[in-house]
Design a protein around this ligand. Structure first.
Ligand SMILES: Cc1cc2nc3c(=O)[nH]c(=O)nc-3n(C[C@H](O)[C@H](O)[C@H](O)COP(=O)(O)OP(=O)(O)OC[C@H]3O[C@@H](n4cnc5c(N)ncnc54)[C@H](O)[C@@H]3O)c2cc1C
Length: 460
């Protein structure tokens, strides 16, 4: 394989390009003016802030390892230690110690958290006494966990976390794809509480000191560093419009650029794109892959970033932020107090307090049709209710992520297997990105590197 075109310059495509360095002549096509996709650092009141992903998972090694390999080792930083907090029943309440993705394992801590009613606590505590039949097919997160723990655990503990990661809903997300560790225990026919307690005692969830890490200066530095280190030719402002296989078995890409049309050829191709964009390009080549990719739903979200003057604010909140369960009917999905969470940001802008509020889950697209000023007003009003009267921000910025997060519905893993099988019939073509084996940055890096390895192996 002498040459490869990577379509999509998000972190998945860049990880693929990095894996191919020194082994092929690589060109990355990116439609936006800069690489990075959902890893984007912008500015508010002159301060660098993340507008998309703000952290890299550290329990999975792929993202932090690649960041270190491309020279950002010294920039990796831990967030301030603070419990994950849920705004519910009119107060901020920490998730109880011992929870695993919102699944409680310590009834005493659960009762003390105030998250659930006394009946809800008793219902959750009964989980270890319920018979557990081995789970034989995929079900929704809500279906499985509500049957074992009661609806309150789903509504006030699991659902806010799933909203934070997927902008998704527990009654639609796949247990196997969205909570694979829990699904694996369910498939063994074990009650979850004793099994999760055993796993915790064995140290399984504590293989890294913190669950996530940030990049000082913003996560947008990460794709830029990978792009610089991978040695690929990076063409921004270049949108792939169609693919064709030449008689010689090479891939020909027709693209549009600011300067007009562009045609390129290469021995292999990596599609590192959102599912709907990959579907468009695959339509003439694999109707099955196109149909399955098009069937993956996507949630749209908006991030409302606000800067408050520390001198003028009436009040500044403690902690790293909070999650919001949809059952309470609020507009906010989550809030992240960036100036508390990231020491680099507090050092860079000591006079300003920066936070960001997230709005929009799957099914809430109507909310996002409102103009920016409406989203800002709603975010401020709810923040005041949740944490107290902070006053008015000195600057605001709304970033919209249209169809930004793929939804792993029931049967997602089987759908991905069908997509990979169909795409595997096309020569020298690999798929990677958030649509397949995980939406987090670490999972995206893993799919990108794997796509590159698959191309090289197939060509060997
Ligand atoms: C608001 C938000 C917050 C998030 N927070 C976190 C977090 O804190 N931690 C975490 O781990 N994950 C987080 N995620 C998820 C994670 O950031 C993404 O899943 C991941 O970055 C996706 O990377 P990707 O390369 O697969 O896709 P993308 O980042 O979408 O990159 C795909 C690229 O392809 C380009 N493109 C599309 N069509 C074409 C075409 N035809 N030709 C050329 N280029 C094209 C796009 O412009 C884009 O740059 C967040 C996501 C969002 C939306």
């Amino acid at each position: 394989m002498r040459s490869v075109i990577v379509v999509g310059g998000g972190i998945s495509g860049l990880a693929a390009a990095w894996q191919l360095r020194g082994q092929a002549d690589v060109t990355v096509l990116e439609s936006a003016p800069r690489v990075g996709g959902k890893l984007r650092t912008g500015t508010i009141a002159g301060i660098a802030v993340d507008e998309g992903a703000e952290s890299l998972m550290a329990l999975r090694p792929e993202a932090v390892e690649l960041a270190a390999a491309v020279g950002l080792g010294d920039a990796l930083c831990d967030p301030a230690q603070a419990p994950t907090t849920v705004w519910t029943h009119g107060a901020l309440r920490p998730l109880p110690a011992g929870h695993v993705m919102g699944v409680p394992t310590d009834p005493g801590a659960l009762a003390a958290s105030g998250l659930l009613s006394p009946e809800g606590v008793a219902r959750a505590a009964a989980e270890e006494t319920l018979p557990a039949e081995p789970l034989t097919e995929d079900v929704s997160v809500a279906q499985y966990l509500a049957a074992r723990f009661g609806r309150e655990v789903v509504d006030r503990m699991v659902e806010p976390l799933l909203g934070g990661v997927y902008a998704g809903r527990a009654d639609r997300l796949s247990l196997r794809a969205a909570m694979p560790r829990v699904a694996a225990l369910a498939e063994q026919g074990e009650a979850l509480v004793p099994a999760l307690r055993r796993m915790r005692a064995a140290g399984a969830p504590r293989s890294a000191p913190v669950a996530v890490q940030g990049v000082a200066g913003g996560t947008g530095r990460f794709p830029a560093a990978v792009a610089a280190a991978c040695g690929a030719r990076i063409l921004t402002g270049t949108t792939a419009r169609s693919l064709a296989l030449t008689p010689a078995g090479r891939w020909r890409v027709q693209a549009v650029t600011d300067d007009g049309p562009l045609t390129m050829e290469a021995d292999g191709i990596v599609l590192a794109l959102p599912a709907f964009a990959a579907a468009e390009l695959l339509r003439p080549h694999s109707p099955l892959a196109e149909a399955e990719l098009s069937a993956i739903p996507h949630a749209s979200t908006a991030v409302v970033t606000m800067a408050f003057s520390r001198a003028q604010a009436h009040f500044l909140p403690q902690g790293n932020g909070f999650l919001v369960p949809p059952v309470d009917g609020h507009t906010l999905k989550a809030a992240s107090f960036l100036s508390n969470k990231w020491a680099w940001l507090a050092r860079a802008a000591p006079d300003v307090f920066v936070l960001r509020a997230s709005i929009g889950r799957i099914g809430e697209e109507g909310l996002l049709d409102r103009p920016d000023r409406v989203l800002v007003r709603r975010a401020i009003a709810e923040l005041h209710r949740a944490v107290g009267p902070m006053g008015e921000p000195v600057a605001t910025r709304v970033t919209r992520w249209d169809r930004g997060l793929p939804q792993y519905g029931v049967g997602h893993r089987e759908r991905v297997a069908r997509i990979r099988e169909a795409a595997g019939k096309l020569p020298a073509l690999a798929l990677c990105g958030a649509a397949y084996e995980g939406v987090g940055v670490a999972a995206c890096v893993a799919t990108g590197r794997q796509a590159a390895r698959d191309l090289l192996t197939a060509a060997a």
